[in-house]
Design a protein around this ligand. Structure first.
Ligand SMILES: Nc1ncnc2c1ncn2[C@@H]1O[C@H](COP(=O)(O)OP(=O)(O)OP(=O)(O)O)[C@@H](O)[C@H]1O
Ligand code: SF4
Ligand SMILES: [Mg+2]
Length: 330
């Protein structure tokens, strides 16, 4: 029995729920300048899978997330959800798909309306999609608040300022789950929380994932947070995906020099300081307005050779399905 459940899970994860192909997003800065915040990024997420997305601040993680949920104008690329290209769908079709793809935003507190009671905020997405029956909305709100660990009797009529950061994150989660989505995008869901609260929210996300059979895109700049929750991890640098691998393989033997340096920079509290230094970053992250030619990482890469300055490496597939964009993979 256990074996057959395992096989079923594996088969489902091989079935893609979301495929992002060659996504490019530009922002105008002033009259003449523009930046390519996302520069031809491709990734996919299998049914029931959690894909972690990591990279330093400003590399384009939130821009990818916002593009998937339709909040960001896309210059080029395809976003295929359950076989349908979201960038080509009719408005009517999108109305049906949107509730299935929900997102928890980077700043949970700021994403809540300070003048609206928590219960009303959680219920709002139901009103937006046209649930007219007040009693039904109330019932679903009650149910979802309990699921995320918020007492509906005590808390529904309170305002956001009466809630802690962790509680606000629970409210955001309830708002996202009330429509029973299939795909949940979590943008830095724990980065603003204390470590002890982080663990609670991560456990809650795992529970909700099982209970509601979710597929997840989990975004963080912190590799140690992403490690445990993700089946696979995609690493981003300056608008590009540079490596994708199973969580286990990526942490055990990274193929891209950027991933290796990111891993080396994760603090290891139980290790003696002299054993910690496995490599360090040189130089600052270049401006996305003027990305380096060739491999965008060459200005900071300890392994860079002449070809890296001239030729951009493609994201190549290696044995076992892992991918890396490097002329000299580790
Ligand atoms: N609305 C905007 N207008 C102009 N530039 C923007 C806008 N939104 C994002 N950017 C720029 O696009 C790049 C990618 O931003 P994004 O927010 O996607 O990065 P991120 O990886 O989510 O960073 P963080 O870890 O800090 O959240 C950055 O250089 C950012 O300054
Ligand atoms: S392509 Fe060259 S510069 Fe880029 S990561 Fe690989 S070795 Fe470093
Ligand atoms: Mg972000």
């Amino acid at each position: 029995m256990l074996v057959s459940i395992g096989k079923r899970e594996k088969r489902l994860k091989n079935e893609k729920l979301l495929t992002v192909n060659d996504l490019t997003v530009e922002f105008r800065i002033g009259r003449r300048r523009k930046i390519e915040a996302v520069a031809g990024a491709s990734l996919d997420i299998g049914v029931g899978e959690t894909l972690g997305l990591v990279g330093e601040s400003g590399c384009g993680k939130s821009t990818i997330a916002r593009s998937i949920v339709g909040l960001q104008k896309v210059k080029k690329g395809r976003i295929i959800y359950s076989g349908q290209d979201l960038l080509q769908c009719t408005k009517q079709r999108m109305k049906k798909i949107r509730p299935q793809v929900q997102m928890i935003f980077q700043d949970a507190v700021a994403s809540l309306n300070p003048g609206r009671k928590i219960g009303k905020s959680i219920e709002e997405p139901l009103r937006v999609i046209g649930w007219a029956d007040r009693q039904e909305r109330g019932h679903r709100t009650h149910e979802i608040m309990k699921a995320v660990g918020l007492d509906p009797e005590q808390m529904a009529s309170r305002y956001p300022h009466e809630f802690s950061g962790g509680q606000c994150q629970r409210v955001s989660l309830a708002r996202a789950l009330i429509l029973r989505p299939r795909l949940l995008i979590c943008d830095e869901p724990v980065s603003s929380l204390d470590v002890s609260i982080q663990a609670q929210i991560l456990n809650l996300l795992e529970n909700m994932k099982r209970r509601f059979e979710l597929t997840m895109l989990f975004i963080s700049h912190d590799l140690s947070v992403v490690k445990n929750i993700s089946d696979r991890v995609a690493v981003m640098y300056l608008g590009k995906i540079c490596e994708i691998a199973s969580s286990e393989e990526l942490y055990r033997s990274p193929r891209h020099p950027y991933t290796a340096l990111l891993l080396a920079s994760v603090p290891e509290p139980d290790t003696a300081p002299k054993k910690q230094k496995k490599g360090t970053f040189h130089g600052e992250i270049p401006s996305p307005a003027e990305p380096p030619p060739g491999c965008r990482f060459h200005t900071r890469c300890p392994n860079a050779k002449d070809i890296c300055i001239e030729v951009e490496p493609e994201l190549k597939r290696f044995a076992g399905g892992r991918q890396a964009a490097c002329h000299f993979p580790l």
